[in-house]
Design a protein. Sequence first.
Length: 65
Amino acid sequence: MQDDGRRRADIRIGARVRVVEKKNQPSGRLTDGIVKRILTSSPSHPHGIKVELESGIVGRVKEIL
C-alpha cells in the first residue's frame, strides 16, 4: 500500500508531506512541508489526515514523501 496520508499511524511529526489546503481542494494543488502537529485524532480519515505544517499551513495529507 502506498503512503497516501489516510492513516494517522503513517504520519510522524517532522515528516515531509504534501497537503491540500481547504482553499485548494477544488484545484487539487498540493503544498510541500514538514509536519508540525497532527490535528486529526481518529486513526484514519477518508480524505487524508489533517496536519499543521511548520509554515503554519493546515491541510489534509495527500502524500508522504
